[in-house]
Structure formats: structure tokens, C-alpha cells
Write a protein that binds this ligand. Structure first.
Ligand code: B12
Length: 490
């Protein structure tokens, strides 16, 4: 039994639990029976479900520490009803397995990708063998932390297409650029880069792998034909960098000619002009480029390995082809000065992209910056439990990052960050050609909260939305002097 925990009330709409669907689809094709209990969209009587399904093992997806909060409660409750092993998996517990075991209380944490390790676990249980020796598992024995070796990342071609009947896809529809029924899907995983602010290097072993484009197209066929999806956001950190496979995928989409738009995340240097045109013909309408800094020295020191000179032209190709570009930057890097920040702001301003985001650095567990935290920034206490990781590290719109590793005063970072958030917020809907879009989205969110979380959830959610709005408005409008200093206002 694979469980997706509830997402906190202030997160936007829940989204397709791709990891769980992938694991369950794989297990069901390899001699086992897996079901998904989706707490983020539906209320379940867990006790009745346990009685009905009689699982041999329970898995809980902990994609972020925000879902870790419900996962912890759930683990405690399940313990009262059943004695079967409880395994946590996903990016968050893989990054901090010992903390997850001690604070969250599962029997095991499964490190890295789940499909093949789950198969080994399910086979061992079927044979009545112990789980402790299985590579990819971490656990506590006599209060000591044990971590088995992590298997190499898998070749994604071996995984079948996704079985969407395991969940109810229509429950995950969300509004995005030019679409109202957008769903997530992955076409590839991982990224070859090893940026010091990202956990990808450790989690995906700096390795990019693409899925078989035929499987991806099958998944899309069923999204569109069986459920009526009109948009797809490829969740890949770097969308299908292999040109041959990406071209196959795009040509498949052009052939199908669905009323479907899609978008993805990209690195500078992967696409040429012909690629961009092909993607646009295949329905691509938005791309996020992680550029991170306007300073070449910083690009080198964070190991981003991109050529900033390519930014202007690549973005121009995209915008000309009808693809909305969001150029994403990080501000507040360790030791960053006002001069460096000004360079980034100037660079961001010079780009022809429709949207720009300047987010304040927050160290992610399992990144190089996270590992340097204790030695380099002893003035800030490192989050040491699930709650602290959720509320201090995994920031949401309107949250105030509590630490500043740069030499720029925090207020200046916040003013610039929220200024761009305000501009982005008001521009997003002009991109959609929908003047009232922002208000419509807020109203939709409010209603969906009433259905998902009841009246108290709605009241709390509304409070969080108002607080977010006030924070963004306050920082973006009440510090004209700071905006002027960075050339953002005359
Ligand atoms: C797409 C995405 C989203 C989508 C959701 C898509 C979805 N529901 O799956 C949206 C935009 C909604 C989202 C939201 C958030 N996300 Co997000 N997201 C991603 C992203 C880019 C891809 C995830 C994905 O779908 N991959 C494809 C699937 C097939 O792979 P997978 O999820 O990794 O699943 C595999 C393994 O993790 C494992 N596994 C997964 N579940 C389980 C369960 C068990 C029991 C086991 C054993 C194994 C296992 O096996 C799976 C199959 O191989 C990742 C980064 C990344 N590249 O992984 C960040 C990432 C997971 N998100 C992150 C964060 C912080 C968030 C938010 C908190 C952001 C915010 N402030 O709002 C929220 C929290 C949402 C939540 N429910 O908890 C962080 C987590 C950091 C951490 N270490 O804790 C990541 C790593 C990005 C980052 N580097 O910052 N996210």
C-alpha cells in the first residue's frame, strides 16, 4: 500500500503523485499488487483500507518535508492498526535519512529512486526474507543509523508507461499558461550539472536519463483522450536534453495535433533555434531557464557551467516562437555583494524574457551549500527536524527566508525578490490574455480549499493567502529608495 500524504492547506492544488504512480505501475507489472491511497485529494478511512487490502508493507511518499509533517502523523496512526513495515521514500528522506528515521518513525527509508528497490523489497517479503540487507535501505538498529549502499540510477527505458487508473487524474487539473486542465508528467530525470545549491547531483548521481518517447507519448495519449487534459508541465529538472529523443517526442506530438500546450525547464546551451521552433510547433508554450546569476565569476563558483552570452539569443528565439520564458535567478549567494546583486538585476533587466524570478537562496538538504552550513555559517542554526526543514527551508510565496549568507542587507534582498514576484504575478495573466485571471485563480483556490480542508481549512488558507499578498505588496511597494538604488524605479 503506497500512501501520498496530505499537503498543507496553504499549498496550491495537489498534483499528480508521479513517483508513486511510477512505482505502482512497475510493481503491478512484475508480479506484485500495489495500490495508491491518495490523501492529498480524498479522505480515507485508513483502518477500513488496511482491513480490505491487507498490505504486506506500507510505503509513504515524502517528496518534501512539508509532506513529511502528515507522513509523521500517519506513521504514528498506522502503528496503532498494523505491524507491517513502514517505508518512507522520496527526495526529502533520501536527503536526510537519519533525521527522517529518528523524527518521523518509519522502519526504513528507501534511498533514491523507488521502482527497483521496491521490487527487491516485495520479492524479499514474498519469500519471507528479512529486508535489512537490501541495497537502497536505511534504518536504525539499537539506535545506531545503518545505511546500505545506494544502487546506481536506473535506465528509464525499462519502466513501462504509467497506469493512470491507479489515481483520479482529473483531481489534479490546474490552471497554467493557456490551459486550465494541466497535469504533470516526466519525460526524463536528473541533470548532468553539479550546481552547489542543488540536490540533484547527489539524488540523480549527476546523471540525466530520458524515458522512452513512445512511453511518454502513450502517457500523453491517455491524459488527453481518457481525461481531457489540455496542458502538461514536464516535471524534469532538465527537459530531455538528448536531441534525438526530444525530436521524436515533439514529432509525435505534432502528428497527434492535440489541442494541448506544454512547458518545461531548460538549461542554456541545450537548444538551438531549430529545436526551439520544433518545440513550439509541438505545442510548447512556456520554458523556465535557470540562469541564477548575472556574474560570470558567480556562475563559475556555483559550478553552473552555462555560458551567459547565450541567454539573450536563446530567450529571443523562444519568445519569437511564441514560448513564454521565465528567467530564474538566485540572489543572496554566500558572500554576494551589492555590486554583484546589481549585476544580476541589470542582466535580468536586459533579457527579452516575459517573466523574471529572483529568489533568495535557501540551502536544500543534500546540496553542497547545505553541507558547508555548519562550518561556514555557524551564526544560523541548521534545521534539525522535519518541522524546521518544512517551515524554514521549503519556502512558499510570501514566506520570509530566515537566513542571509550574503553581504547585502536582508531587506534589500527581500525588496528585490518581492518586487519581481509582484511584477511576475501581474504579468502572468497578461501572458494568458486574461485580465481577471489573478482574481479568478484566487477565488478558485479559495473554493477548492473549502472542499479539500473544510471550513477551518478555508479560514486558515484564506489567512495565509492574505498574509502572502500583504507581504508581497508591502515589500514591492514601500521601499522605493531600494528599488531606485538597483535601477528598478526612477
Ligand atoms: C515536479 C515537482 C513538483 C510538483 C509536484 C509533482 C508531483 N506531485 O510529483 C509541484 C510543483 C507541485 C511541487 C511542489 C513542491 N515541491 Co517539488 N519538485 C518537483 C520535481 C521538479 C520533480 C518531481 C517529480 O515528479 N519527479 C518524477 C517522479 C517520477 O520522480 P520522484 O518524484 O523523484 O519519485 C521517485 C523517487 O523520489 C522515489 N519515491 C517517490 N515517492 C516514493 C515513495 C516511497 C514510499 C518510496 C520508497 C520511494 C519514493 O521513487 C520514485 C520513482 O523513481 C522535484 C525535483 C526532482 N527532480 O525530483 C521537486 C522537489 C521534490 N520539490 C521540492 C519542494 C521543496 C517542493 C515544495 C515544498 C515547494 C513549495 N515550497 O511549495 C512543494 C511541496 C509539494 C509536496 N507535495 O510536498 C524539493 C524537495 C526538497 C527536499 N529535499 O525536501 C525538490 C527536490 C526540488 C528541489 N531541489 O528543491 N514539486
Amino acid at each position: 500500500m503506497l500512501i501520498n500524504p496530505k499537503v498543507p492547506v496553504y499549498l496550491r492544488m495537489p498534483s499528480m503523485p508521479l513517483g508513486l504512480v511510477s512505482i505502482a505501475s512497475y510493481l503491478n507489472r512484475h508480479g506484485h499488487r500495489a495500490i495508491i491511497i491518495e490523501r492529498s485529494v480524498k479522505a480515507y478511512d485508513l483502518r477500513a483500507e488496511l482491513k480490505r487490502f491487507q498490505p504486506d508493507v506500507i510505503g509513504i511518499s515524502v517528496m518534501s518535508f512539508l509532506s513529511g509533517i502528515d507522513a509523521k502523523k500517519l506513521t504514528q496512526r498506522l502503528r496503532r492498526f498494523t505491524g507491517v513495515p513502514i517505508i518512507w521514500g522520496g527526495q526529502a528522506p533520501s536527503a536526510l535519512p537519519e533525521m527522517s528515521l529518528r523524527d518521523g518513525g518509519p522502519d526504513y527509508v528507501m534511498l533514491g529512486e523507488g521502482e527497483l528497490t521496491w521490487q527487491a523489497v516485495a520479492d524479499a517479503l514474498a519469500r519471507g526474507e528479512p529486508l535489512d540487507g537490501i541495497p537502497g535501505l536505511a534504518y536504525l538498529r539499537k539506535n545506531a543509523f545503518v545505511s546500505n549502499s545506494i544502487p546506481p540510477v536506473a535506465d528509464l527505458f525499462q519502466f513501462p508507461e504509467m497506469d493512470w487508473t491507479l489515481v483520479e487524474p482529473k483531481k489534479y487539473f490546474s490552471t497554467f499558461f493557456h490551459c486550465g486542465k494541466m497535469l504533470y508528467l516526466h519525460a526524463s530525470k536528473g541533470c548532468p550539472a553539479a550546481c552547489i545549491f542543488c540536490s540533484n547531483k547527489q539524488y540523480h548521481q549527476s546523471c540525466n536519463r530520458c524515458r522512452d518517447p513512445r512511453h511518454v507519448l502513450d502517457d500523453i495519449d491517455r491524459y488527453v483522450k481518457d481525461y481531457g487534459a489540455d496542458g502538461i508541465y514536464f516535471s524534469d529538472e532538465l527537459f530531455c536534453p538528448r536531441r534525438d529523443l526530444r525530436t521524436q517526442l515533439c514529432e509525435g506530438l505534432i502528428e497527434r495535433n492535440y489541442p494541448l500546450v506544454w512547458g518545461c525547464q531548460m538549461r542554456l546551451g541545450v537548444l538551438n533555434e531549430a529545436d526551439v521552433r520544433l518545440m513550439a510547433r509541438a505545442g510548447c508554450r512556456w520554458i523556465l531557464f535557470g540562469i541564477e546569476s548575472g556574474s560570470k565569476e558567480r556562475i563559475a563558483s556555483i559550478k553552473k557551467k552555462i555560458n551567459l552570452e547565450l541567454a539573450y539569443q536563446t530567450i529571443e528565439w523562444c519568445e519569437k516562437a511564441g514560448i513564454t520564458v521565465q528567467a530564474s535567478f538566485i540572489i543572496g549567494f554566500p558572500g554576494e555583494t551589492r555590486e554583484e546583486l546589481r549585476k544580476t538585476v541589470d542582466f535580468a533587466k536586459s533579457l527579452p524574457s516575459s517573466l523574471v524570478a529572483l529568489n533568495i537562496l535557501t540551502p536544500i538538504p543534500n546540496s553542497e551549500i547545505w553541507d558547508l552550513w555548519d562550518s561556514d555559517y555557524p551564526q544560523y542554526k541548521k534545521p534539525a527536524d522535519i518541522r524546521a526543514c518544512a517551515y524554514k527551508v521549503e519556502q512558499n510565496v510570501g514566506d520570509l527566508v530566515p537566513w542571509n549568507f550574503s553581504r547585502v542587507p536582508m531587506r534589500e534582498l527581500r525588496v528585490i525578490h518581492f518586487y519581481y514576484q509582484w511584477v511576475d504575478f501581474s504579468k502572468r495573466d497578461s501572458v494568458n490574455q486574461d485580465f481577471y485571471g489573478v482574481f479568478k485563480k484566487m477565488a478558485q483556490d479559495a473554493f477548492s480549499r473549502v472542499f479539500r480542508h473544510g471550513l477551518s481549512g478555508f479560514v486558515f488558507g484564506a489567512y495565509v493567502s492574505v498574509k502572502q499578498f500583504v507581504t508581497v505588496f508591502f515589500y514591492s511597494h514601500f521601499f522605493p529608495g531600494i528599488l531606485k538604488k538597483y535601477g528598478l524605479r526612477r
